[in-house]
Structure formats: C-alpha cells, structure tokens
Design a protein around this ligand. Structure first.
Ligand SMILES: NC(=O)c1ccc[n+]([C@@H]2O[C@H](COP(=O)([O-])OP(=O)(O)OC[C@H]3O[C@@H](n4cnc5c(N)ncnc54)[C@H](OP(=O)(O)O)[C@@H]3O)[C@@H](O)[C@H]2O)c1
Length: 304
C-alpha cells in the first residue's frame, strides 16, 4: 500500500512511498483511510524525525477488517480514529477504544478534523469543571483546537472570549451566542474563570494575568516557540496553572467515546469543523506550509 512518509527534507517534508500493510493487533481494526488532518505538533515532529518515519494521527475512513477480539466497529462502518503515528496511509490499524462510528451525514473530511484538535478542546475544557455561566478565554481561537474549544465552551453555557491574530479570523465564531473575539491582549475584559492557552511567549503571561484569583489556566501548547518570563507575583490568590497533554489526562482511555460525542455534535449541526485547507494527499506541501505560516484558519485536511 502507499503512505505519506517523512523525508527529513524541508523542501519536500513528505512523499508517498510503498510501505507494508499494517499488522493489526487483536484489539485493532484496519481502516481504509479516506481523509486525514494535520496538526501543528506534527510539523515539529516531522522536522525532528528521520527519513522513513511515518506520521499521522487524525484519520477517517471505512473499516476493512474488524478487530479479532470482537470489539469495536464492523467491516464497512464509517469511522474516525486517533492513532499515535503512521495514520497517513491507504490503510491504518487503530485500537478499537480509539475509534468512533460517524453519522451518515458527517463527511470523512469533517470527521478527520476531530481527533487531536477536538479531543484536546473537549478534555482541556473539562479541567475547568462545569462551564455554566463561567467566563472562558481561549488563545489561538482561530486554530484547530481553538475553533472547537470556543464552540464547545459556548455550547456548555460559558461566555467565551477568543483571542485571534487579526480581525479577519474567526468570523464564524463571532456570530455564536456567548462568543466575542478580541485581537491581541490589550483590551481584555478580565478576569476569566478558565483560560485555555497554547500560543506561548507573551500569550502565556497575558493568560495568567487575565485569569481570576481563583481561576484555572490550562496550558497545552507553545505555538510561538517562545519563552515566558514570569514572576511569582503574577500568580495570585489560589489560581491554578495546569499542564495539559491530550494523551496524559487522568481519565480512562475513552478517546473513542469522546470522538463519538464530537462526531454526533457535527452530525446534529451543533459543532462546525473549520476546514481552512482541503486537497489531495498527492501534494501535501501546500497544506504543511499554510499551517506552518498561519495562512489558514482551522484544520488542514488531505484526501486519499
Ligand atoms: N498538549 C497537547 O496535547 C496538545 C494537543 C493539541 C495541540 N497542542 C498544541 O496546541 C497549539 C494549538 O494547536 P492547533 O492544532 O490548534 O494549532 P493551529 O491550528 O496552528 O492553531 C494555532 C493558533 O494559534 C494562533 N497563534 C498565535 N500566536 C501564534 C504563533 N506565534 N505561531 C503560530 N500560531 C499562533 C494562530 O492564530 P492566528 O494566526 O489567528 O493568531 C493559530 O490559529 C499548538 O502549539 C499545538 O502543538 C497540544
């Protein structure tokens, strides 16, 4: 079969090569991949991994081989899944606990936006507990995680402030009840009960300053790749700063259940995936560069 393989060459970071078919463990189903999404974290991973390494976490497609242990979806089911790597291929093996069947009216492209970004948004918001009536701030609101986090928080009853890079970003979000968008950090109506922060550098400091004395700041990224200079006096009252890793939440391995929830919300029209780039996997470079250069809003999706 064919797969997208890391080249370690920045001029052409990925190329399609012939590789072996996936060998599924007994708790894994094999999925014929139809659409895949790229995450910012994977840009960093690809740059650091050698030629021949196989990336790919977000996949959607059709089950062509059910798991031997009898769990999970059956052959022919349309599914979405989160895998650790090697998902950007014609076929990929995935543990059934990380697979969800998608509603008929949800496209593979829409479903593929969900795994890393949707699960991160959902689980990072859960750190804040009940969001009814709370004030929530989301940095990088126009990004893959940010779009989902902003929508999910508003849907859960929060008043949400999304931080965007410029005024053209997040137009769809701005129309949602309970959501307001702000460019930069100078005119924030703080304090916030919960802040989701992933831009890093000055954004991390601004996020801590914007949180309430009893607020939660959930830090899950550093898109800017910049350091933050922080003094103890910035940490007021009993505020909490949490490190969040989507693979490391202290929850049982329920990725599949959460993916099913997110896919059903797309199916009912209650969650809108923002696809800023869509194209064939034969030419992945424009998608990678657009994501790297902040030229797209939301997710970059490739079709097999
Ligand atoms: N810990 C985890 O488990 C986990 C899981 C998923 C993602 N992450 C991390 O969380 C971050 C967000 O992920 P994502 O998939 O939503 O990324 P994304 O789609 O690229 O979105 C990032 C957003 O941050 C904004 N941003 C502000 N300053 C930036 C800068 N200096 N460089 C790049 N973007 C900047 C951009 O919006 P504007 O251009 O409008 O400013 C962009 O929309 C990434 O750093 C990612 O690696 C971590």
């Amino acid at each position: 079969m064919r797969a997208l393989v890391n080249t370690a060459n920045p001029e052409k970071p990925l190329e399609i090569r012939d590789v072996s078919d996936p060998a599924a463990a007994s708790n894994e189903a094999v999925i014929a991949v139809r659409a895949m999404a790229i995450n910012r974290g994977e840009l960093r991973l690809m740059a650091g991994r050698p030629d021949g390494w196989r990336p790919g976490q977000d996949i959607a497609g059709t089950v062509v081989q059910a798991a031997a242990d009898g769990t999970g979806p059956k052959e022919g089911d349309r599914v979405v899944s989160l895998v650790d790597q090697a998902g950007w291929a014609e076929r990929a093996a995935a543990p059934t606990s990380r697979i969800a069947v998608i509603p008929d009216n949800v496209s593979f492209e829409a479903a593929a936006t969900l795994p890393v970004a949707g699960l991160t948004a959902l689980r990072a918001l859960r750190v804040g507990g009940s969001l009814l009536g709370k004030r929530v701030m989301v940095t990088g609101a126009a990004g893959g995680v940010g779009h989902f986090a902003t929508q999910l928080a508003a849907r859960a009853g929060a008043r949400v402030t999304g931080i965007v890079g410029h005024a053209q970003r997040g137009q769809g979000l701005a129309k949602l009840p309970g959501v307001s968008l702000v460019v930069g950090y100078d005119n924030l109506e703080s304090p916030f009960d919960l802040v989701l922060e992933s831009a890093g550098g000055a954004s991390l400091l601004a996020s801590i300053r914007a949180a309430s004395d009893d607020g939660d700041v959930v830090v899950f990224g550093n898109s800017a790749g910049e350091e933050t200079s922080l003094r103890f006096r910035e940490m007021r009252g009993s505020m909490r700063i949490h490190a969040f890793h989507v693979y490391g939440t202290r929850e049982p391995p329920t990725f599949g259940e959460d993916l099913g929830l997110l896919a059903s919300l797309i199916g009912t029209g209650d969650l809108r995936p923002q696809v800023g780039y869509q194209g064939s996997w034969n030419e992945a470079r424009p998608a990678l560069y657009a994501l790297r250069d902040r030229e797209l809003e939301g997710k970059a999706v490739l079709q097999v």
